[in-house]
Ligand binder design. Sequence first.
Ligand code: MG
Length: 384
Amino acid sequence: MTTRRPAQTWNGPHTSLAREAVLLAPYAMHSADTAGRKHFESPHSYRGPFARDRDRIVHSAAYRRLSYKTQVFTGEMGDYHRTRLTHTLEVASMARTLGRALALNEDLIEAMALAHDIGHPPFGHAGEDTLNECLADDGGFNHNRQALRIVEQLETRYHEFPGLNLSSEVLEGQLARATKSSGGGEGTLLETQVVDAADSVAYNTHDADDALELGLLDLNELLALPLWKEASRRVCQRYADLTSNELRRAVLHELIDWQVGDLIAVAQRRLAGDAIESVDEARRAGVVIRPGDEVAEQKAELERFLYARVYRHDQVLAMRTDAQRSLWEMFAGYVDRPDLLPAKFRQRAETDGLARSVGDYLAGMTDRFAQREYQRRFTGDCEG
Ligand code: MG
């Protein structure tokens, strides 16, 4: 009979620091080394700073609203496919797996993963593109920057400060995401890289799955792509005589398991090979969490296919047109009639400008709230 050691009791304000000292790698972001928060707060008696950040995100209004925001396909198209919230949870799940395997800070990873898409407006990228056009003269709109605006200013849960007063490292990860196109991403924490890698695996896999379920794609089209072909070969080595549905499910599992395993193996080789032993060394190492060359090439081919066949599908484009029209009309309508805005956004207009404040209000809406408001206020279809 094996005898287990009595569970260690982690009491007191240094709970998370002690756990991390035992469990995390030297290249992980330890809570003890956090640069802190903009507004000083005393340490919590039993939660570490990043666990506290994660809890603040989960309790925010912007996070809850993700359940009624489009990932790629709108609510009218069915109930099977991912919403922005379930996408976020899949990213958090994979990112935690990666983080645990690499002995990184899972609390920080989870906080960043749960917040990574919190700035998305209604109607997915169609909504984002429209708000970017509406705000073209006022700095434009980008969901990654909006996420920062939400957690730094727009959430109003606490008396002592605006926003959620998150730890510097969570904000830094989101800022890297927001500035990626202008050379950001270099010098990022491994925890930030893990979230980005998990995001990519998640949407590549689930967008294909959702498109299959909706009948926008045929399984054989995907199985002709190298990534799916290889995953299917691996599955068929283990199981014989799978039905088409069984094959699809097994390939989806294999795709995730294989890609996550590949990310871990590549990172472990790099970390060991370059003897990366501190956060500073990890920051100087460039992108460590990345797929191997073969997987990267095959993923790129899948992404090109999804772009052409799914994101540009007639049904998706039709939703785009509707969403763009209603958001444009609402933007113009609220700018014309700021008295229709909730008091909070009328007040913000005084400091941030009316256009930005209308953009914030529209970006915070769920798909269904935006549709209802559009009907109620701007079409004359129903009185309200
Ligand atoms: Mg995402």
